[in-house]
Design a protein around this ligand. Structure first.
Ligand code: ADP
Length: 619
């Protein structure tokens, strides 16, 4: 099943799943930063108890005064009320402060978990558009407050409401157990609480549907907005040229207006749904006060207790409502959390092998493709079909063929960026899927046509690490033919590439970047070194020069050269000719040219004419 299908939230979540999602979410939150998590919960527990203290103490105080003005006790009681309330509020403030200080660690923890997952994803998953859509979608959900933020805050609110309910019930127990109220009064109060809870359950459920719809709209709108903004703020040569900017702004405005209208509609419905709840709660408050005052007049409860019991009853009702609200929101958030976890649950099928790759000093490796066919995910066209090839590692192999004939795909399969759809690839007779993935990957250094350097220093780019072996760095920079240029720079290999991180960074030319990428491949010292047309933007002679020069530096490594220009690879020991996803010929340049009806001779003829025309122009 693909990532997005897993994430579709259409089917109902069972109670068991709800509990599992919340438990997993809380465990994850705790793993981001245990202290922040504990401070959050402690702060809300203390906060929920705080209002009951003055409520209880005020009742005692009023009764003391009314009972005959025992001023000394009343004074002590007042001082205690103020002192204790102050102490509890201070504790709450300290916990809040401590929590605020650690909140960013929790946020960092989440960001890190996201990046770690991205790093552990196979290339195949990363390239899959459904995965990137899922990731973007989850990020937007996060930005609109769903997932972990919502889970943390709603769990806190639920905990605080639960503690408040228990406290209120304990404080109310004398009222209900004792003879203070008539049975009828007790039953009326209980009935009112039950009815108001029932109304709250229904209204919270209905309102949550509208809230979900609103959040979905926000996330979608953010997604559209970010994409169009990216385009508007990019270089946008064509946008300026064709004046597409205003069209995009207009389209954006339309989507925004439609989204805003829909959101307002949901907001209105939500407000309407919560109206009966608010009205009923107002009525209940009045009835409770009347019952308690009547009971006080009959001597059932003391005057001070009216404040305490009324406060507790109202707190009980509002806490029940808060608890219901929090639980409803937690259940609603689970729809987002399911999508959130579906990102973390994307499997990495590449990590199933465990065999150690044989470390051979003689670098004698045999690679075989046995009837390999491959289709890219979500496509139905074969990029490679029934491909058979066997070659000994250690020589110079060329992979040639027209654009789109499958050369890069062949390399991606060889390096296990993808696994074959059919057939097997073996290394020294063993299916490459059985090897430990990271170890197997280390066999290869590839410079792809669309290689990427990062806005770090030259040294860090070449070493692909912050720990750099200086001698090795010097050697590979000079082998790649870029040492002189780097040495001229005041910071040498410590110079930043581009200006993304550091304003003093240098913008290197395309050719210079290619050489830095070559140095990176050489630094890794892998038995296989592959050049996948990183020189395609250069003219054919320059490509030939680089390829032959590279051949001298490659030493005993297996060098694989890929090109659609046959001339660039004519020096190789073995040339594999690709045509429409299959290898149609293999041999040396001379052997292949000898096969007059072969693809190689045909391409050579066509390209030779082109070079001749090029030469004519130069003359
Ligand atoms: P070459 O390297 O010889 O130019 P490729 O191996 O890049 O050829 O492409 C072989 C075929 O696979 C082409 O038809 C191409 O369109 C298709 N292809 C390449 N990359 C992808 C991809 N990421 N998704 C879907 N199809 C792809």
């Amino acid at each position: 099943m693909t990532a997005n299908k897993r994430a579709e939230g259409s089917e109902k979540i069972t109670l068991k799943e709800h509990i599992a999602l919340i438990r997993r979410g809380l465990r994850m939150l705790r793993s981001f930063d245990t202290k922040a998590f504990s401070f959050h919960l402690l702060a809300s527990a203390v906060g929920s108890l705080a209002p009951y203290l003055p409520m209880y103490m005020s009742a005692v105080l009023i009764d003391l005064i009314l009972e005959g003005g025992r001023l000394r006790e009343a004074g002590i009681c007042a001082a205690l009320t103020v002192g204790l309330t102050f102490a509890v509020r201070m504790l709450e403030a300290w916990l809040d402060e401590a929590r605020d200080e650690r909140d960013w660690l929790q946020e960092l923890g989440e960001l890190w978990a996201f990046s770690e997952k991205a790093m552990s994803l196979s290339y195949q998953s990363i390239e899959d558009r459904e995965t990137s859509l899922l990731r973007e979608r989850v990020e937007k959900d996060n930005q609109s407050g769903a997932n972990m933020w919502e889970l943390m805050h709603r769990s806190k609110a639920a905990l605080s409401a639960a503690i408040s309910i228990i406290t209120a019930m304990i404080m109310l127990s004398p009222l209900f157990i004792g003879p203070a109220l008539s049975l009828t009064a007790k039953l009326i109060i209980l009935a009112l609480i039950v009815i108001s809870t029932a109304i709250k359950i229904v209204s919270a459920r209905l309102a949550s549907e509208h809230q979900y719809a609103q959040s979905e709209l926000s996330a979608r709108w953010n997604l559209v907005f970010e994409h169009t903004n990216e385009y508007l703020f990019s270089e946008g040569k064509d946008m300026r040229l064709y004046g597409t900017g205003s069209m995009i702004v207009e389209k954006n405005r339309q989507v925004r207006d439609e989204t805003a209208a829909l959101k307002t509609e949901h907001q209105k419905k939500k407000a309407l749904i919560s109206l009966p709840d608010s009205v009923f709660r107002g009525a209940v408050q009045t009835v409770i006060y009347i019952i308690l005052i009547v009971s006080a007049m009959r001597g059932g409860v003391s005057t001070g207790s009216i404040i305490k019991y009324a406060g507790c009853l109202l707190a009980l009702m509002s806490s029940s409502s808060d608890l219901l609200n929090s639980v409803t929101q937690l259940l609603l958030n689970n729809r987002f959390l399911r999508r959130y976890f579906s990102y973390f649950d994307i499997p990495n099928e590449m990590y199933q092998g465990s065999l150690t790759v044989e470390k051979r000093d003689d670098r004698e490796y045999y690679v075989e493709f046995r009837d390999v066919s491959f289709r890219y995910p979500n496509t139905d066209v074969w990029a490679l079909r029934h491909l058979n090839a066997r070659f000994r590692v250690g020589g110079k192999l060329a992979v040639v063929g027209e654009n789109g004939s499958g050369k890069t795909t062949f390399i991606k399969l060889l390096c296990r960026l993808y696994d074959p759809t059919e057939g097997v690839i073996t290394l020294n007779g063993v299916d490459i899927r059985k090897y430990d993935y990271d170890e197997y990957m280390k066999l290869f250094s590839v410079v792809f046509q669309d290689f990427r350097l990062f806005d770090f220093t030259v040294g860090q780019n070449v070493a692909a690490s912050t720990v750099i072996d200086g001698e090795r760095m010097k050697l590979v920079l000079s082998q790649a033919g870029i040492a002189e240029r780097i040495n001229e720079l005041p910071e040498g290999a410590g110079t930043y590439i581009d200006k993304g991180y550091d304003g003093s960074g240098v913008i290197f030319s395309g050719g210079e970047k290619q050489k830095i990428a070559l140095a990176r491949a050489l630094y890794r010292d892998a038995p296989f070194i592959i050049l996948d047309e990183p020189t395609a933007s250069l003219d054919p002679e320059a490509e030939y020069d680089i390829y032959t020069r590279f051949s001298a530096i490659a030493g005993d490594r297996t060098a694989v050269y890929i090109s659609h220009r046959l001339a660039s690879c004519r020096f190789c020991d073995m040339i594999a000719v690709f045509d429409r996803g299959s290898i149609v010929q293999t041999g040396s340049h001379d052997e292949l040219l000898g096969e007059k009806d072969g693809k190689y001779a045909e391409l050579w003829g066509a390209q030779a004419q082109y070079y001749a025309a090029d030469e004519d122009k130069k003359e």
